[in-house]
Design a binder for this molecule. Structure first.
Ligand code: DHB
Ligand code: FE
Length: 280
């Protein structure tokens, strides 16, 4: 049976894509950010997951304001990156796992989560930047991916509780897949940031630290929070934390924190990263 080996989180700031392309890993601005990732890469090299289920939000590349699904999932053999207008070099496509995607779709729709199914899907920085950070050589490694896309762009957004429950349904779906595959769940985005409006530039370090602590041992802490409450604490785009909560919902076993990193600011954002082990 498929087994969920762990959960990863990472902010998905577009400027990171450029910093990777320019190899600014030791640059004083970027070093405290990039230094968080090598220990996780070593862990991944040991555990060797076959599949990454990547919970992220699209920012207008694949879905625009005219059609905005609350929940969507990829069921494609590959996922292309495309120019989003941030000046980030377009990177190589990611391999899909369509049979596994369809199993998840069958299972979660039976579980009353009606996802939009995408047999073609372009993936933006919300997906690509964390994948590049965790698997810089993803093309050679052959890691296969399943994108799960949640709307954090056009209100109304799904509540923290709804996202956590979707994560639980995804976790049940994965663990009922009959192939012996190792799966890691990635939740991207966050932490606190607001890109526009009166509070543009807003960062809330205290709330970010609380999020990083509570999501490990006490995710229930967030489940009665409203979207507006989350926007208040984390900023309009900090609401991307619901993607982390979805990831956490999918971890069905005993969860142990292995690594974390937090640094402010990176671009406009409180940049956070977590590596959680899921013990069956
Ligand atoms: C930034 C952060 C994001 O999550 C995003 O999607 C775009 C930009 C930023 O900090 O610049
Ligand atoms: Fe974002």
């Amino acid at each position: 049976m498929a087994q969920i080996v762990g959960g990863l989180t990472s902010s998905h700031i577009p400027a990171v894509g450029n910093a990777v392309a320019k190899e600014l890993f030791d640059d004083p601005y970027w070093k405290p950010f990039f230094d968080g990732y090598p220990p996780v890469r070593n862990w991944l090299a040991e555990v060797k997951p076959d599949i990454a289920v990547v919970i992220y939000n699209d920012h207008g590349l694949n879905f625009f304001l005219d059609k905005q699904p609350t929940f969507a999932i990829g069921a494609a053999p590959e996922y292309r990156n495309q120019d989003e207008g941030w000046g980030i070099p377009t990177i190589a496509p990611f391999k899909g796992a369509p049979a596994f995607s369809w199993h998840i779709i069958e299972s979660v729709i039976a579980d009353e989560f009606d996802l939009v199914t995408c047999q073609e899907m372009a993936v933006d920085h919300g997906f690509c930047v964390p994948m590049q950070l965790f698997w810089p050589t993803y093309e050679d490694l052959g890691i296969r991916t399943i994108p799960v896309c949640i709307n954090t762009v056009q209100h109304p957004f799904p509540s923290p509780k709804r996202c956590y429950k979707l994560g639980q349904a995804i976790g049940r779906a994965i663990e009922s897949y009959p192939e012996d595959l190792k799966v890691v769940i990635v939740g991207t985005g966050g932490m606190s940031h607001q890109l526009d409006g009166q509070r543009a530039g807003f960062i809330n370090k205290k709330f970010d630290e609380l999020c990083m602590d509570k999501i490990v041992d006490d995710p229930a802490y967030f489940l009665d929070m409203s979207i507006n409450g989350l926007v208040r604490e984390a900023g309009a785009q900090g609401v991307e934390f619901i993607l982390w909560l979805t990831m956490r919902g999918a971890l069905t076993g005993t969860v142990k924190e292995l690594y974390r990193n937090y640094h402010i600011p990176i671009s406009n954002t409180g940049a956070g990263m977590l590596c959680l082990e899921n013990q069956a």
